[in-house]
Design a protein around this ligand. Structure first.
Ligand code: AMP
Length: 433
């Protein structure tokens, strides 16, 4: 029997996996500059947590959850998104009393969707949540943060789509407008939309079926239904984005597929891409969710970025995200004593955090070992051949300049560090840093 990764999942192999680590490293640097702290929550939670927070009528809850009963019959779900879990953790651990308000996470999410380009059943999200701040400034700040992360990985040309979903008061009026606008088109809607129009009219706008989206041209903009306070909040967010030089486009149809959003909703979209897979990331305010999950009223705002989509965009824009290589030291040896000394030298180098690899061919000639070092992209090769072993010496070769110097064993680390400290200029010349 041949095994393969389950449908909709993938293996993350080098160099993709290295690039993904680099994306997360750069994003974490940006996040630290916004004073976010990391949080990790379990990969599964009680199903009820997601049903209550994301909403029963959403695609995620009605069609896409990986739900199972454990051996004691508890209903559990592999998390389809991060916000519900972080809110649960915030409440369960009394983070409010500890003054922890800015959290970020990176990890896999699971949705039973039809796999296609940009859509997997297990995918990575990086997300942030800010609690206890109702001000429009944090809305602008998280949108800026999302853009800053995209810029930190080298992306250009991304656009922010912006909308306000109002509060329950504005939403009630808007739901009525959606119902009224679609009343005469009901026969052309898909059965799911007909059902949603009854139970949760805003969710109708998530539908991607063409005959339904055609009918949506009849639906008025939610912005016309906003109450005074929500209107003012939204105006402030827009004005602050202007002051931060963040261009955005108003999109009155952006409803984001999850019930917990209130007021500001946003998405960062891939320029030129259309359809359901065009968003790199998105989020918004969810001022009622903490209370809905048993806490006291606590405004909150956040977003999630899909890391595979982010990285595929990085690749399609031709950005080289791989960290600069060329710092590997390859240790070549021709005898058991040579390999033992190579092991000692490698531990001295690794104590200085120098990446090294000892030849594993056990006796292949030095020519072959050099070839292997070249294939691995080694910057330096330390040779412990028969001559060197006899003289208690090491030959250190710079694989770029081809210069080779033999030094006593005690000076090997110093010599290797000197080679690694040479900086390659774009013209391929080598300078000493
Ligand atoms: P959402 O939690 O639905 O707001 O999604 C936030 C981001 O996660 C999206 O913009 C995508 O980049 C990513 N994402 C959502 N679903 C998937 C999926 N099935 N496969 C890959 N990425 C996804």
């Amino acid at each position: 029997m041949k095994y393969s990764a389950p449908r909709g999942t993938r293996d993350y192999l080098p160099p993709y996996s290295t690039a993904m680590r680099e994306v997360v490293r750069r994003a974490s640097e940006v996040l630290e500059s916004y004073a976010f702290l990391p949080v990790d929550t379990p990969i599964f939670e009680a199903s009820e947590l997601f049903v209550r927070s994301i909403g029963e009528q959403t695609d995620i809850v009605s069609k896409e959850m990986y739900t199972f009963a454990d051996r004691k019959g508890r209903q559990l779900t592999l998390r389809p998104e991060g916000t519900a879990s972080v809110v649960r953790a915030y409440l369960e651990n009394g983070l409010e009393q500890l003054g922890v308000e800015r959290l970020y996470y990176v990890g896999p999410m699971f949705r039973y969707e039809r796999p296609q380009a940009g859509r997997q059943r297990q995918f990575l999200q990086l997300g942030v949540e800010i609690f206890a701040d109702p001000g429009p400034e944090v809305d602008a700040e998280v949108i800026q943060l999302l853009m800053a992360i995209c810029q930190a990985v080298g992306l250009t040309g991304l656009t922010v789509q912006l909308n306000s979903l109002g509060c329950p008061a504005c939403r009630a009026g808007y739901s009525d407008s959606v119902k009224a606008a679609l009343a005469s088109r009901i026969s052309s809607l898909c059965p799911e939309c007909v059902q949603r129009l009854e139970k949760n009219p805003l969710r109708v706008l998530d539908c991607k079926v063409e005959r339904c989206t055609d009918a949506f041209s009849e639906v008025p903009s939610i912005q016309e239904s906003l109450c005074g306070a929500c209107r003012e909040h939204f105006e402030s967010v827009r004005s602050l984005l202007g002051r931060l030089d963040i261009p955005f486009t108003l999109d009155p149809r952006l409803v984001r597929g999850l019930d917990y959003y209130t007021r500001t909703a946003f998405e960062v979209q891939i320029p030129g891409a259309t359809g359901a897979q065009n968003a790199v990331g998105g989020g918004g305010r969810y001022d009622l969710l903490v209370e809905q999950l048993g806490g006291k009223p606590t405004p909150a705002v956040g977003f999630a970025i899909g890391l595979e989509r982010l990285l595929s965009l990085v690749q399609s824009q031709g950005v080289d995200i791989l960290p600069p290589g060329g710092k590997l030291v390859y240790l070549a040896a021709t005898s058991a004593e040579g390999r033992a000394r190579a092991l000692e030298l490698a531990s001295a180098l690794r104590a200085r955090r120098v990446a090294c690899l000892i030849d594993r061919s056990r006796g292949a000639n030095l020519g072959k070992q050099f070839k292997q070092a070249g294939r691995m992209g080694a910057r330096a090769v330390a040779v412990l051949g028969d001559d060197e072993v006899e003289k208690r010496a090491v030959a250190v070769k710079d694989m770029v300049t081809r210069e080779q110097v033999t030094v006593p064993m005690e000076r090997a680390v110093e010599q290797i560090l000197a080679v690694l400290a040479r900086v390659e200029t774009p013209a391929g010349k080598v300078e000493r840093s």
